[in-house]
Design a protein around this ligand. Structure first.
Ligand code: SAM
Ligand code: SF4
Length: 334
């Protein structure tokens, strides 16, 4: 067994997020422009190449794999890839295989995902209002996503809802969202909007609704108990005593939790980002293609982890955006 992956700040890297495509069937306003330019298909790693890279990470100690995108379920043949990753669950090397999806294709895929060993899915859903949903996602239909969530539940998958906190969009739906999730048994996590991809400073700051404010609003109706639950990620959790449900907060802007970061991100072209909020990345495609053996790939992964930075530099506190990234969230998958 190769030694585990540990970064310069003594953080063990046990979680890999893989963006299998930068394409998407939605065009969420905070994520993409309407006329987004996508990568030429020829640049993408094949599913077999993604398998080789993910398998190298699993050998090196990654225990949790999250498939994301763009929209992961629009990549052709994606089920084959999930099936291939299922073998690492069966061997016990991988503890969890999961995905983040906009939910549009879940009716088609939920049962098959459950069959290969997926147990939980994160579904992004910012609003329960059909008209607002159409506005935020530009191309999405709420009914299709709700049906996808129902399909996931029917297949026995636990569903966690991720909602980006958006001023003027879902700030009037906080209680509706929380109550809907409580009734249907979904965990719910709110996310602060990050400066990924240039959407214009005014628009981004106008969208931003701090989770500090959101939490205060939640406290006006519910009793919140802080939980010690940690997933090695940026989320911090509370329980609403009145409903019993768990609510998470991902607060890159109001509270930075980088010190416990355990993850890295692989893109569909083989770039490895060691931090969501920094531009530095390592190319794994060249070493992958240079040799059928994985020695070069493993070395490249180790060299990359040795450069994992301490954290991001996102900051809106001076009514200006600091830490802006040129790439969009769909590049690395959030
Ligand atoms: N298409 C899938 C989905 O929407 O769940 C997976 C990829 S999407 C990029 C992953 C997550 O990133 C979603 O929950 C989305 O809401 C979130 N996201 C996108 N752009 C964001 C931004 N600028 N700030 C914060 N979250 C963002
Ligand atoms: Fe697509 Fe997800 Fe980005 Fe929305 S957030 S445009 S669904 S990748």
């Amino acid at each position: 067994m190769p030694p585990p992956l540990v970064d310069p700040f003594a953080r063990a890297i046990s979680y890999l997020r893989v963006s299998v495509t930068d394409r998407c069937d939605f065009r969420c306003t905070y994520c993409m422009t309407e006329h987004m330019t996508f990568l030429p298909k020829a640049e993408l790693l094949s599913l077999e190449e993604l398998d080789r890279l993910c398998s190298a990470f699993v050998r090196m100690g990654v225990q949790k794999l999250r498939i994301t995108g763009g929209e992961p379920l629009v990549r052709k043949g994606i089920l084959t890839f999930f099936e291939a990753m299922g073998r690492h669950l069966q061997s016990g090397a991988l503890k969890e295989l999961t995905l983040t999806t906009n939910g549009s294709q879940l009716r088609r895929y939920a049962a098959d995902l459950a069959a290969v060993g997926v147990r939980r899915v994160n579904v992004s859903l910012d609003t329960l209002d059909a008209a607002k949903f159409a506005e935020v996602t530009r191309w999405g239909r709420l009914g299709q996503v709700l049906d996808g969530i129902a399909a996931a539940k029917e297949a026995g998958l636990a569903v966690k809802i991720n909602a980006v906190a958006l001023k003027g969009v879902n700030d009037d739906e906080l209680f509706t969202l929380a109550e809907w999730c409580a009734r249907d048994g979904h965990d719910l996590t709110f996310i602060e909007v990050m400066p990924m991809g240039d959407m214009g400073e005014v628009q981004r700051l106008d969208q931003y609704w701090s989770l500090k404010d959101l939490r205060t609003r939640l406290e006006s109706r519910y009793t919140l108990r802080d939980l010690a639950d940690r997933t090695g990620g940026p989320a911090r959790y509370v329980r609403l005593l009145e409903t019993g449900q768990r609510i998470g907060f991902i607060t890159p802007l109001t509270h930075n939790f980088c010190e416990s970061c355990n993850r890295v991100r692989l893109t569909c072209t083989g770039e490895l980002y060691m931090c969501l909020g920094q531009e530095d990345m390592a190319d794994l495609r060249a070493p992958l293609r240079a040799s059928p053996e994985d020695v070069l790939v493993e070395q490249a992964i180790r060299n990359a982890i040795a450069r994992k930075p301490k954290g991001h530099d996102f900051d809106y506190s001076r009514q200006k955006i600091a830490g802006q990234m040129t790439r969009h969230m769909s590049h690395t998958g959030g």
